[in-house]
Each structure stands twice: as C-alpha cells, then as structure tokens.
Write a protein that binds this ligand. Structure first.
Ligand code: ATP
Length: 434
C-alpha cells in the first residue's frame, strides 16, 4: 500500500470530523486547529485513559486542576521569565523567522534563498502575556501558563497536608498550556495552544534513578497501550546545552513522524530545583518530614511530561491502515478499542420504519453504556467503509430477519468477520469485547 503521508491524515481528519482548521470561515488562524465531533472523543479518551491509569489505578498518585493564570512571581521563581526562551533568527531580506536551533545557520534562507541574510540569534521568551483587569499597565501583566507543572509545585504543601500521601508520591494534571512558538507547524504537532498531561513525582534524592527508570518503562507501556507503533518510538538522552534550565537528566521519547523524528514526550529529573526556588521566593516552608526517620528534606522530582495533541497525532498515524479488499483500497483506522471515538455503529439495512424504529431503539439502549453512532443513509457497504475510516470497532446491521429471529449481524472492524448474535446477548458480547 502507499506511504502514509501527513496529507492523508489531515484530509481524513478533516472530512470525517476529527480535526478542522481553526476559524476556517475567516480564512483560519495560523496553525490553530479545532477538534471536531470525533476528535474530541478521541482526545477525551486519551485524557480519561491516562487519568484512569496514572491517577485512579495507583495509590501513590493524586490529581490537580489548577488555575491557568498564576501569580507572575511563580514564573520569576521557576526561571521561566528569564530562561524560557528559544533562539530567534530573522532573514534581513524577506523577514522570515526561524528557530536558530532547528536550522543550519550556514545555509541560505529557506524561504527566499538569499545567502548571509540571517540575523544573529536573539533570545525570544515564549510566554504569552496579557493583563489582569481593565488597566493595561506593567503592574497588571500576567502570563498564560507555558506548562502545567508549576501549579503542582506551588500547591505542593496544600496537597501534602490534605492528601496525607507519603514520599514517594506523585501529582498529575491535565490542561492547556500556551507557548508563543516562533515556528509553529506540522499540523497539531507544534501549536501555540496545546494540552499537556504532566506528573510531578516526588522522591527522596537517593532514589531518583530508580524512579526515573520506572517512569521510563511506564511511558513505554502507556505508548503501547495507546496503540502507538512502538517500532517508530525511540529514546534520546538529552545532553549538555540542550538540557532545559531545570533539568539534571532528560530522556526524550521520540516518534518517527512523516516530517521526521521528533519529540513525543519528555522525562526529566528536575532535582529539587522547583520546590527550592518556590520555597525561597515565597518564604514558605516546602520541606518534607519523613514520618519514620524524621529526616527533613526538600523532595526531588521526576517529571513525565506528555502532550495530548502529539499523542493524538501519533495515534492517528499509527492507526491509519490501507488494505486491499476485492481490488479496492479499504482505509481503516485501527484504533485500540478504548480510544475509538465510537465503539458501536447501529445500521438498519433499510430506512423503512419497520427496521429503523427498532434499530434506533437498540442504538439508544446501547448508548447508555457505550458511545454509539446511528446511521441509516446510503448503502450498507458505504456505511461500513465510513465506520472503518473512523475506526468504529463494531457495526451492527439490523435487517428484516432481525424482526423474525431477534438477532443482528455484528461486523468486526479488523477482520470484517460477521457474526449473527441475539439482541438479548449483545450486552454480554460488548462487555466482553469492548
Ligand atoms: P520541543 O522541543 O518540541 O519544543 P519541548 O522540549 O519544549 O518540546 P516540553 O517543554 O518538554 O517540550 O513539553 C512537554 C510536552 O508537551 C512535549 O513532550 C510535547 O508532547 C508537548 N508540547 C510541547 N510544546 C508543544 C507545542 N508547541 N505543541 C504541542 N505540544 C507541545
């Protein structure tokens, strides 16, 4: 089958309702994207599965949902105001801007082709600024958070005393982050508004390596669980100047996207950088006392940081499959069932009331438990193809025989095998298979 290109994914995502260009009727807005009716389901599944796995299924984890706009002192103490920058270069001829660390500065400008026109790299702070309240003066400047992590550090003492967790334990948060990226692009890979799923895992300094290795394994297990193709996943040990200002060790988990091998997730050992800085800047005690040994220390932190949108993109790319069926190409999104936007589609063979009324009633019954699509337009073959393209694991066909034998045909997305199953037994079947 032919190569899986970004164009194919973008096209399918647009025509089927996963992802639309943002503000499209007004000509769009640079690299902004809206998750449509199927995209929001896929994205919500990513977030809820993540929460289930890393918060609910573990006794050493709790969650947080903090304010997006925080006191600017947070960003001073965290180092973001001074160091959350990318090196910006601009072509003096055509004014195109580039991230200096992403291009070869000795080559001509990629846009106009002129030589020796790039400016010296200048630090550009990526944080979005706005004003709190009606007065637009310096004293009211606030920032949209560029990462979800900081609120976890700032709320650390509250969480510790109220949750009664003991080290090692972690705090998870999912939410929007904003970065005024110099060169957004590659679809939902790099946008200025995106969502993160982050964990700050608090440990004793002596144990950081053990926890770092354990989280690295957890990241790979999650990637596998999402149905992301593990043959396209690689680890990159980030070295020297490439390390973020807070990090003592970082391993990037990279994915082979059609536009190259790029970061999917990051795992960083942040030491005690954040809690120490916030403790000093706020003059609040952020020390932990070990209940057994009475040792007092500032906990160290291992941070798995994952982008929701990059997860969605890697899932779309991994799920996209083209198969030859009877001389035709069948496009199937082979999502893991837990991530599929719709789990079941109910398709009456004919639009006649005789079939559509009981079929719709069946769809409504199943919809109490699973996300169900109901479709009575076009031929059954076309409806199967449509469900394949949106990755619905099971299609139920309600036909004239169903009125007689109380059974329906259940078609499996991946094998295309069709089984006749009694309507009364469908719940048991889906409980087992979904
Ligand atoms: P990059 O080097 O690609 O700019 P980063 O190292 O700055 O990424 P982190 O600060 O480690 O990224 O952010 C954690 C995660 O958040 C990333 O692994 C990625 O999944 C996601 N992420 C970061 N920036 C963006 C963005 N602009 N658009 C979409 N997702 C992003």
């Amino acid at each position: 089958m032919s190569e899986i290109t970004m164009e194919k994914i973008i096209q399918l995502a647009k025509t089927r309702g996963f992802i639309f260009p943002g503000s499209e009727v007004y000509g769009g807005l640079q690299n902004s994207w809206d998750y449509g009716q199927l995209g929001v389901e896929l994205k919500n599944n990513v977030k809820s599965q993540w929460w289930k796995r890393f918060v609910h299924a573990r006794l050493d984890m709790v969650g947080l949902d903090a304010a997006l706009i925080m006191n600017p002192k947070v960003w001073q103490a965290s180092g973001h105001l001074d160091t959350f920058t990318d090196p910006l270069v601009e072509c003096k001829n055509c004014n195109e801007r580039y991230r200096a660390d992403k291009i070869d500065l000795t080559k001509p400008c990629q846009k106009c082709g002129k030589k020796d026109t790039l400016t010296e790299p200048a630090s550009f702070n990526l944080m979005f600024k706005t004003f709190l309240g009606p007065k637009e003066d310096q004293s009211n400047v606030v920032y949209l958070r560029p990462e979800t992590a900081q609120a976890i550090f700032v709320d650390f003492a509250n969480i510790l005393t109220t949750s009664r967790k003991r080290i090692p334990f972690g705090v998870a948060q999912i939410g929007k982050a904003f970065r005024n990226e110099i060169t957004p692009g590659n679809y939902i890979f790099r946008t200025r508004e995106f969502e993160q799923m982050e964990i700050e895992y608090f440990v004793h300094e002596n144990d950081w390596q053990t926890h770092f290795e354990a989280w690295l394994k957890e990241l790979h297990a999650w990637i596998d669980f999402c149905g992301i193709d593990k043959n396209r996943v690689h680890e990159l040990e980030v070295l020297g100047a490439d390390l973020a200002h807070y990090s003592r060790r970082t391993v990037d988990i990279e994915f082979d996207f059609p536009f190259g091998r790029e970061e999917l997730y990051g795992l960083a050992y942040r030491g005690d950088f954040d809690l120490k800085n916030h403790s000093e800047a706020s003059q609040k005690d952020l020390v932990y006392t070990d209940p057994q040994t009475q040792e007092k220390y500032i906990p160290h932190v291992v941070e798995p940081s994952m982008g929701v949108d990059r997860t969605v993109l890697a899932i779309l790319l991994s799920a996209y499959t083209e198969e030859e069926v009877d001389g035709d190409v069948r496009v199937v999104m082979k999502f893991e069932k837990a991530f599929a936007p719709y789990k079941i589609a109910v398709l009456p063979l004919s639009k006649k009331d005789e079939l559509s009324i009981p079929a719709e009633a069946l769809a409504k019954k199943l919809a109490k438990k699973w996300n169900v699509d109901y479709d009575e337009t076009q031929s059954i073959g076309k409806r199967y193809r449509r469900q394949d393209e949106i990755g619905t694991p099971y299609c139920i066909t309600f036909d004239f025989d169903s009125l007689e034998d109380g059974a329906v045909t259940v078609r499996d997305r991946d094998t295309m095998k069709q089984d006749r199953i009694k309507i009364d037994e469908l719940e048991v079947f889906f409980n087992k298979n979904l």
